[in-house]
Design a protein around this ligand. Structure first.
Ligand SMILES: Cc1cc2nc3c(=O)[nH]c(=O)nc-3n(C[C@H](O)[C@H](O)[C@H](O)COP(=O)(O)OP(=O)(O)OC[C@H]3O[C@@H](n4cnc5c(N)ncnc54)[C@H](O)[C@@H]3O)c2cc1C
Length: 392
């Protein structure tokens, strides 16, 4: 059995490792020429960490992960603490600490675990086709490769998805732009082992620890679809733009704006995709963002891609030698769960970003009485329900 994986992102690499673990020959093709992910870090929630552990990466993941002991919400303007609570009840309930991890390091960990030299970089797939005995991918340089199965882990603008669905789909702009990067931890912004979030005016600014004394930071700026500001941005403008949107926020936010490196700050327009449940066409299947592109509001897009990889492994393990049965089982195991996470993220996105200002004001009021139990219940609800976090 041979599988071709298109895309060496966190979904594709997890899938390649997972399939190889059960003895399937794998080949990975990636369009870029080196590991240079867009975005500074992600929070790998406990379900994602459990998937990485399953792939044999427990020690490496723990080494790269930031330690988050507490969470807090602060008033945007005064910096007053609205609530602060321990994350330990969450860790106890789900049986695994979450780890925020720098993206480039997570990506390098996966690539090194698979074998950096074994990844075919600089190979942009331009088309994919299913056949009776094998599936074939064609690359921009004209070469073709064939295998028993092709897994399209080619991200949010997947062309594998277009093939599987038989038509292109349009992603939905979620109404905000995210600026993110890494800075040294600084108590003036937030405690070094806390996930600190400043909220107000339908916006948020957040820092959480990754390894080696660094914070992963992000700013969410609400920007209407037709806003001129969406068009007019040059890399390096981050400090000026963020000062414009957050200039009257609390001193901790001003410290963060002063400290960030504008040239190393990423700006990402946030989009998602309506869930769909056809993930497979013959011997071709989608995985990760190609199958379920979500807003990052519950930090589950990458975790969900890792869950796909484990579910794909189990589907092939349970249907050895039968590609069609395995892919149907994979789709059944994953599409509802992934859709649920996309819709949960959308809901959270709307509340966080003031789509209905009344609801957002209610949320701010709740935060002032929060002892952690409601927030943790919500996060546990996101974590549970995947292959390694079954709901009993
Ligand atoms: C601002 C932001 C914050 C986020 N925060 C979190 C978080 O905290 N937690 C979390 O779990 N998730 C988070 N996510 C989501 C997460 O980044 C994605 O879900 C995850 O990267 C998906 O992995 P993937 O491998 O499916 O896709 P990608 O990471 O996009 O990888 C796809 C790969 O395919 C390659 N490729 C594309 N087309 C082709 C082609 N034609 N031929 C060959 N190669 C191709 C690309 O170059 C890329 O390397 C966040 C996303 C954003 C935007």
């Amino acid at each position: 059995m041979k599988a071709i994986i298109i895309g060496a992102g966190m979904g594709g690499m997890s899938a390649a490792i997972a399939l190889r673990q059960i003895g399937i020959d794998t080949e990975v093709y990636e369009r870029v020429t080196e590991n240079k992910p867009v975005g500074a870090a992600i929070s790998v929630w406990s379900n994602g960490v459990k998937c990485l552990n399953h792939l044999g990466l427990e020690k490496q993941t723990a080494r790269l992960g930031g330690i988050v002991d507490t969470m807090s919400y602060l008033d945007a303007h005064t910096g007053e603490t609205m609530c602060r609570f321990s994350l330990q009840p969450l860790i106890d309930e789900v049986g695994q600490r979450p780890y925020p991890i720098a993206r480039a390091e997570l990506q390098a960990m996966l690539m090194e675990a698979y074998g950096m030299d074994e990844i075919n970089f600089g190979m942009k797939m331009v088309s994919v086709a299913d056949g009776p005995d094998e599936a074939t991918a064609t690359f921009a340089d004209g070469t073709t490769v064939s295998a028993d199965v092709i897994i399209g882990a080619d991200g949010a603008s997947s062309i594998t998805r277009e093939y599987v669905l038989g038509a292109p789909v349009t992603r939905r702009y979620a109404g905000y732009v995210n600026f993110n990067g890494l800075v040294e931890t600084d108590e003036a912004i937030g405690p070094a082992t806390e996930w600190t979030t400043y909220v107000g005016d339908g916006k948020r600014v957040s820092v959480m620890p990754v390894s080696d004394g660094r914070f992963y930071f992000f700013f969410d700026v609400v920007m209407p679809e037709d806003s001129d500001e969406r068009e007019n941005y040059e890399r390096g403008d981050a400090r000026e733009v963020l000062r414009g949107h957050f200039g009257d926020w609390a001193p901790g936010v001003q410290t963060l704006i002063d400290k960030l490196d504008p040239m190393a700050t990423n700006r990402v327009e946030i989009l998602d995709l309506d869930p769909f449940h056809t993930w497979v066409k013959g011997r071709v299947a989608v995985l990760g963002d190609a199958a379920h592109n979500t807003t990052p509001d519950i930090g589950q897009g990458g975790c969900s891609a890792m869950e796909d990889a484990v579910a794909l492994q189990w589907a092939f393990r349970d249907h050895p030698g039968d590609v069609h049965a395995a892919l149907v089982a994979y789709q059944q195991a994953r599409s509802e769960r992934a859709a649920d996470l996309v819709l949960r993220a959308r809901k959270r996105c709307d509340v966080t970003h003031g789509k209905d200002p009344g609801k957002t004001a209610e949320w701010y009021a709740e935060l002032r009485h929060e002892d952690g139990s409601n927030v943790i219940r919500g996060i546990v609800g996101n974590i549970m329900g995947g292959p390694v976090t079954p709901v009993s």
